[in-house]
Each structure stands twice: as structure tokens, then as C-alpha cells.
Write a protein that binds this ligand. Structure first.
Ligand SMILES: Nc1nc2c(ncn2[C@@H]2O[C@H](COP(=O)(O)OP(=O)(O)OP(=O)(O)O)[C@@H](O)[C@H]2O)c(=O)[nH]1
Ligand SMILES: Nc1nc2c(ncn2[C@@H]2O[C@H](COP(=O)(O)OP(=O)(O)OP(=O)(O)O)[C@@H](O)[C@H]2O)c(=O)[nH]1
Ligand SMILES: [Mg+2]
Ligand SMILES: [Mg+2]
Lengths: 279, 292
């Protein structure tokens, strides 16, 4: 039969290579292949097409994590989104794109320049604010980010903004003092507006390898992550790291970044994502 | 750790006088998994494990070592050999001003590294001139200007209306007026598969004939590192690599993949966000970091 190849060890080796080279990682790959091997041993899978389909379905089940059922903002209060992640992954650019999306829904958006450390971080966010028609609240470089956030939320509440997106400085998850600073930003946000931040987006770069697991673990442990944004999928990296992360930490992937322009943000489509791994 | 895993594997094996084909089979599986977990590229791992196997089989286990330690010793030596000899640093030949070009994917750390290199070069007696050649990213020129101001290094007054290759050519002639002897060119982040932007880098190279073209790569990069490095090297014949964000807990296997596929030396590592966080690359330290 055409396409109904018998399952040989070579076939499993080939699939293992596909999974590894997509950055799915050792542990998750072994988990996926072990479940496939069991099915083969029980004669539940008789040819390679069925085997690939079973593998794809298993990966899809790892990605099938529902969004948290957290209470949204009360009426008249802004939706507050805190954006976090390590250096250079695309937080500020993603915020620009997300603001554009909210603006196209007719919403008033306020951006908070919570990165008071990196050179020209506020300028970068301001340019995005201008591009999409969002207010940008910033203070002098070197200001305490928690103070900027506190003041911005006060302004957002009085201006009746619909959405507030807080940009934070890139930080390695292993830097305790920076993670403490992030926890403080979180506490101050919640103090100023009980229930906020309603969403915490962890931005992950699709070119990242297994270190993404450590990133997700520590950011989640520190402040709780409600969604993952996977950027730079327009490159050649497959972003397979999110498979294990989504599954292990029960965090859904909500958007993907596919470029540097304002419209390059798409809702995450698991079937398309899995198909791209096998292409 | 890998040493513990290998010791556990060898405990089950009798006859500890020599590493044999059969007793290192399971051990090599552990080595393979450790390298993959460290983000070394799949194909690079395959070749490396085979090289280790060939070296290990028939080797006598030294009196002072366990078979696991003996194998680790071989793995370490193979990794260090692949990582290359201790680097010779930046090579500037010919008339001044020399140009140094930084290239790489979006967000890898080029702009920050440009400032770090400027500080490093001045500390070693040179007169750097920073050139912002990224006309696309919002506030990219601002970013390099602010960094230059922090360390009192002149920054070329880039006109956003000009093409990067023309900006660089202008900077080359202005460098003399700033009595600078080395230009550090910060280019825009780009995908290795973006033909138009890769062609832009080739044009810059042709215009200013840089002494060094350094690929700035993120230490946490996964399997994709080989694709990126291969394409940048094919287009530009890079002279070296700088690995950034090395002070985190990334195992840094991308370093091995990049070295294996380009053959080019890793010259520096970025070890922090501050301008003084730049260190020369040590291949033996990298090998032990990869092994965890
Ligand atoms: N190709 C591509 N580039 C992206 C994407 N998202 C962001 N970038 C680029 O990645 C680079 C870094 O983006 P930033 O938004 O500055 O990243 P960041 O996380 O805010 O960086 P820090 O604040 O310095 O930690 C920029 O050049 C962006 O244009 C994407 O989806 N695709
Ligand atoms: N922790 C750490 N962060 C670094 C290091 N080098 C650069 N960064 C940070 O990485 C982020 C991105 O750095 P940039 O210099 O903007 O990167 P880039 O390659 O110029 O980015 P694009 O121009 O958008 O392609 C910033 O937050 C830097 O502070 C490093 O060695 N360690
Ligand atoms: Mg940012
Ligand atoms: Mg830059």
C-alpha cells in the first residue's frame, strides 16, 4: 500500500529526530515516543501513517490547556496585563502588536513603561504607543518600576482606560534580585487594583532551547503565568519547547509572533503549530 | 550530573579494566541525552558521540579513575577539542580605521555588545567609534547613543533617512575626524532566511571591508543555532562569534553546534546587562558548562 509503511526502528528514529530538532526536548520526546511504542507493542498502530497521526494527536493533547478561569476586571476597571520574560525575547514589540489588536476593537489602551533600566526602553515603547494610538506612561530612567506601575494604574483608572499593558525589563530568571523586583511589581499592581494583573504573559523566543523550561518554571513560581506568547516563529525554529512547558505547567499558549510589524501577532493554532513541526 | 549517571551505568558492568564496545553502549546513550539536554544540535551530537565511542573503545581505565570518570575525561577532551583552542581575540590588520561588524538574529544582544566591545577596546588602548546602522527598530539609534554616552565613546550621528551601507561608508570617513581607529558597527537584527536583509549585510561588507564580522548569538539558542550560523557564515564568511547571556543557567550547547558548523572561533561571551559584562571565551570552561 502507498504510504502504509510497516513500522520499523528506523521509522521511530526518524520521528525522534523530528521531535528533537524541533526543540521538543529529551524528557517530552521520551514521554511521547514511549506512549507510541506502547501502542505499537499492543498492535494498536499498524502502519507509519497511523503512527504519525497518533504522535500528532498526543502532542496536541499536551498543548490542549484551557485558559485559566480567573475573574476579569470589574465593570469600569481596566483589564491589566503584565508582560514578562528574559532579555530580548520580544516583550516590548509584542505589547505594541497586542495594543494594535485591542485598538482595532475600539478599546482605549494604556502602555506602562515598566522597563526603567535598559537604554532607550521608554523611547521604544513610546514609538509603539504612537503607532497604535495608545497612551504611554513613563518616568525618568532609573525610576522604581513599581512606582511607575502604581502611578500608571491610578491614571488608567481615572482616564477609564479599557486595557493596561505593563512592559517590564528583560531579566534572567536566575537573578534573584530581579525576580524579587518583579514580585514587587506584581504586589504593587494587585494593591493598586485588587484582582490585577488579570493576565501575566510570559514571552518565550521560539529559537530558545531547553532553557525555556527553567524560564517558565521560575517565572511561574515567582508570580504565576496565565499565558505564553511564543515569538519569532517566522524564523526556522519550530518552538517545540512550548509542548513540554504547556503540559507540565498547565499554561496555555495564547499568541504567536510571526514578524516585527504591528500586525504580526496571531492567536495560537495548535493544529497548525503541530503540522509545522512535521513539515 | 553526567558523572553520576555514567558511574551508575558502569556499576552494572563487570570487568572494569578496559572500556569495551558493550560496556560503553549504555554509557554513550547517557552522554547523548546529556548533550541533547544541553541544546547541542542533534546531528552534531550524533557525530560527537561516534567520535567519543571510537576514542573510548579499547581504552585502558587508568588506575586512579572509575570507568565512568575515564569516559567523562574522554568526553571532556573531545568537547574541548571541538570548541577550539583558546581564542586569539580580535584581529586588526592593515590601515586604520578598522571596522568591526556585529550581526545576528533579533534580540541576540548586538547593540549592548557593541557598547561592551567599545569599552573593552578603549581599555586596550584603542579609539572606538560606534556606528548605529539599525534604521528599523524603534529607538535603536537612541539606544546605542545612550550606551555610548554612558561610557563616553563617540557615536556616529546616523540619519534614519539613509541606507545602512551609506551610513557605514559615511562613518568610515568621519571616524578619521573623530580620530578613531576602530569602528564598531551595530546592524539591525534579522532572520538568516530574509534574503533582502542578508543582502544588505553583504553590501555593508563590500563597502567597508571590515576586519572582523562577529555573529552575536544567544547562549540559550536551541537546535536552530546551526541553521542560523550556517547561513550567516555562508553569506558573510564571519570571523568570529560572541555568545551572549551566558551568565544564566543555559547550558550553552549552541556554542558547540555553531563551532561545529562554521569552524569559526568564539571570541567573547556576554555575562550580564551592564557595559562591563564582557569576557574572553574559554573553550575548556564551556565544555564543562555544557556537560553540567
Ligand atoms: N522576526 C521576529 N522578530 C521579532 C518578533 N518579536 C520581536 N521581534 C524582534 O526582536 C527584537 C527584540 O524585541 P523587543 O521587543 O525589544 O524584546 P524585549 O523582550 O522587549 O527586549 P528587552 O526589553 O531588551 O528584554 C526586536 O528586533 C524585535 O523587532 C517576531 O515575532 N519575529
Ligand atoms: N542577561 C544578559 N542580558 C544581555 C546580555 N547582552 C545583552 N543583553 C540584553 O539582551 C536584550 C537585547 O539586547 P540588545 O542589545 O537590544 O539586542 P539586539 O541584538 O541589538 O536586538 P535587535 O537590535 O532588536 O536585534 C537587552 O535587554 C540587553 O540588555 C548578556 O550578556 N546578559
Ligand atoms: Mg523590552
Ligand atoms: Mg539592536
Amino acid at each position: 500500500f502507498l504510504g502504509k509503511k510497516e513500522i520499523t526502528p528506523d521509522v521511530l528514529d526518524e520521528l525522534e529526530e523530528v521531535l528533537f530538532t524541533s526543540d521538543i526536548g529529551v524528557e517530552t520526546t521520551q514521554e511521547l515516543l514511549n506512549s507510541i511504542r506502547e501502542k505499537v507493542a499492543r498492535k494498536e498502530l499498524k502502519d507509519t501513517e497511523k503512527l504519525k497521526a497518533a504522535l500528532r494527536d498526543h502532542i496536541l493533547s499536551f498543548l490542549d490547556i484551557p485558559r485559566q478561569d480567573r475573574p476579569g476586571p470589574a465593570s469600569g476597571e481596566p483589564l491589566v496585563i503584565l508582560v514578562v520574560g528574559v532579555n530580548g525575547v520580544g516583550k516590548t514589540t509584542t505589547i505594541g502588536k497586542a495594543s494594535h489588536h485591542f485598538r482595532s476593537q475600539g478599546k482605549n489602551v494604556m502602555l506602562v513603561a515598566g522597563d526603567t533600566f535598559r537604554a532607550a526602553a521608554e523611547e521604544q515603547l513610546s514609538i509603539w504607543g504612537e503607532r497604535v494610538g495608545a497612551d504611554v506612561v513613563k518616568q525618568a530612567a532609573g525610576a522604581d518600576p513599581s512606582a511607575v506601575v502604581f502611578d500608571a494604574l491610578t491614571a488608567a483608572i481615572s482616564r477609564k482606560s479599557d486595557v493596561v499593558i505593563i512592559d517590564t525589563a528583560g531579566r534572567l530568571h536566575t537573578k534573584t534580585n530581579l525576580m524579587e523586583e518583579l514580585k514587587k511589581i506584581y504586589r504593587v499592581t494587585a494593591k493598586r487594583l485588587p484582582g490585577a494583573p488579570h493576565e501575566v504573559w510570559l514571552v518565550l523566543d521560539a529559537t530558545t532551547g531547553q532553557n525555556a523550561i527553567s524560564q517558565a518554571n521560575l517565572f511561574n513560581e515567582a508570580i504565576g503565568v496565565t499565558g505564553i506568547i511564543l515569538t519569532k516563529l517566522d524564523g526556522t525554529a519550530k518552538g517545540g519547547i512550548v509542548v513540554g512547558i504547556s503540559h507540565q505547567f498547565r499554561i496555555p499558549i495564547i499568541y504567536i509572533g510571526i514578524g516585527e510589524k504591528v500586525e504580526d501577532l496571531r492567536p495560537f493554532e495548535p493544529k497548525e503549530f503541530v503540522k509545522a513541526i512535521f513539515d | 550530573s553526567l558523572t553520576e549517571k555514567l558511574n551508575a551505568v558502569f556499576k552494572k558492568v563487570t570487568g572494569r579494566g578496559r572500556l569495551s564496545e558493550s560496556n560503553i553502549q549504555d554509557a554513550l546513550k547517557e552522554v547523548r541525552l546529556a548533550l541533547l539536554e544541553a541544546d547541542v544540535n542533534y546531528k552534531v551530537v550524533k557525530k560527537l558521540v561516534e567520535d567519543i565511542r571510537v576514542r573510548a573503545v579499547g581504552q585502558e581505565v587508568l588506575e586512579s579513575l572509575t570507568p565512568g570518570q575515564q569516559l567523562i575525561k574522554i568526553v571532556n577532551e573531545e568537547l574541548t577539542r571541538l570548541m577550539g583552542e583558546a581564542n586569539k581575540g580580535l584581529q586588526f590588520v592593515g590601515r586604520t580605521p578598522h571596522a568591526l561588524m556585529l550581526v545576528g538574529l533579533q534580540g541576540s544582544g548586538k547593540t549592548t555588545t557593541a557598547a561592551k566591545l567599545a569599552r573593552h577596546l578603549r581599555k586596550h588602548g584603542r579609539q572606538p567609534y560606534l556606528v548605529p546602522a539599525d534604521i528599523y527598530r524603534p529607538a535603536a539609534v537612541d539606544q546605542l547613543e545612550k550606551l555610548g554616552a554612558q561610557i563616553n565613546i563617540p557615536v556616529h550621528p546616523t540619519d534614519l533617512g539613509k541606507k545602512p551601507e551609506d551610513i557605514c561608508l559615511e562613518a568610515l570617513s568621519m571616524a578619521g575626524k573623530a580620530s578613531a581607529d576602530v569602528l564598531i558597527i551595530d546592524t539591525a537584527g534579522r532572520l538568516h532566511i530574509d534574503e533582502g536583509l542578508m543582502a544588505e549585510l553583504v553590501r555593508i561588507k563590500q563597502r567597508i571591508n571590515p576586519a572582523e564580522i562577529l555573529l552575536v548569538a544567544d547562549a540559550m539558542t536551541g537546535q536552530d543555532a546551526v541553521n542560523v550560523a550556517k547561513d550567516f557564515n555562508a553569506a558573510l564568511d564571519i570571523t568570529g562569534i560572541i555568545l551572549t547571556k551566558m551568565e544564566g543557567d543555559a547550558r550553552g550547547g549552541a556554542s558547540l553546534s555553531i563551532k561545529a558548523v562554521t569552524g569559526k572561533p568564539i571570541k567573547f561571551i556576554g555575562v550580564g546587562e551592564k557595559i562591563d559584562a564582557l569576557e574572553p571565551f574559554h573553550p575548556d570552561r564551556m565544555a564543562s558548562q555544557i556537560l553540567g
